[in-house]
Design a protein around this ligand. Structure first.
Ligand SMILES: [Zn+2]
Length: 192
C-alpha cells in the first residue's frame, strides 16, 4: 500500500487523469478510514460533491482529500502524544499498554459505521476529535455515543449517527448484505 502523503499528492496533481486521481483518493481512504472504508468513502464523495463524470469538477477530488487529511492530522497528533507518553511510562518501568488504550492501535478506524450510508455528517475532523476525546475520557459507549453524544438503547449501531459502539470487530452481517447492492451506485457516483 502506498503512503497517505504520496497518494494525497497524486489526488492534487491536476496534470493527472481524473480517473487516476480518484484511484489515488481510494488509496488515501485505504490508509485512513475512521468510519470504515465504505462509509468514509461515501461521506467524502457525497460531501465534496464528486460527480459521476469526474472531469465536470476535478476540484471536488481535492476537496475530498483535504477533508480526509484534516481529520488524519487530528489522529496523528493524538498518536504522537500517546507515543511520547508511552516512552515516559516505559522509562518508569511500565512495559504494558493499558487496555483502555487499545483503540489507539486501530489505525484511526475509531468510529466504524456498518451501514455505509449512515454515518455522521459533520466534518470528519470534528467527529474524529470528539471520538478521541470520548475514548480518552472513558465514556461508556452503551450510555453515551462517542460520536454524537446521544444515548443508544441497545448494543447496536447508534440510531442517530450510525457509529457502532462495538467498533470494527462487531459482526453485523445483516447490514452488510442489505447495503451491498447500493455500493455499486456509490462507487459509480450515481447514488445521491
Ligand atoms: Zn451516535
Amino acid at each position: 500500500m502506498s503512503s497517505f502523503p504520496a497518494s494525497a499528492g497524486r489526488v492534487r496533481d491536476s496534470g493527472r487523469a481524473s480517473r487516476d486521481r480518484l484511484l489515488a483518493l481510494r488509496e488515501c481512504v485505504l490508509c485512513f478510514q475512521p468510519y470504515g472504508f465504505r462509509a468514509t468513502w461515501h461521506h467524502l464523495i457525497v460531501g465534496a460533491g464528486v460527480p459521476r463524470n469526474l472531469d465536470d469538477d476535478p476540484r471536488s477530488l481535492v476537496r475530498a482529500v483535504d477533508e480526509l487529511e484534516e481529520a488524519r492530522l487530528v489522529w496523528r497528533a493524538q498518536s504522537e502524544d500517546y507515543a511520547a507518553r508511552r516512552r515516559r511510562e516505559k522509562a518508569d518501568g511500565r512495559r504494558d499498554a493499558s487496555r483502555a488504550d487499545h483503540w489507539r492501535s486501530w489505525a484511526g478506524l475509531i468510529a466504524y459505521c456498518p451501514d455505509f450510508e449512515k454515518h455522521p455528517t459533520e466534518r470528519l475532523a470534528v467527529v474524529v476529535r470528539r471520538v478521541i476525546a470520548a475514548y480518552e475520557s472513558g465514556v461508556d459507549p452503551l450510555v453515551t455515543c462517542r460520536a454524537c453524544g446521544s444515548s443508544p438503547t441497545t448494543d447496536a449501531p447508534c440510531p442517530s449517527c450510525g457509529v457502532d459502539p462495538a467498533g470494527p470487530a462487531a459482526s453485523r452481517p445483516g447490514i452488510r448484505v442489505r447495503t451491498s447492492y447500493r455500493w455499486r451506485a456509490v462507487w459509480q457516483r450515481t447514488a445521491r
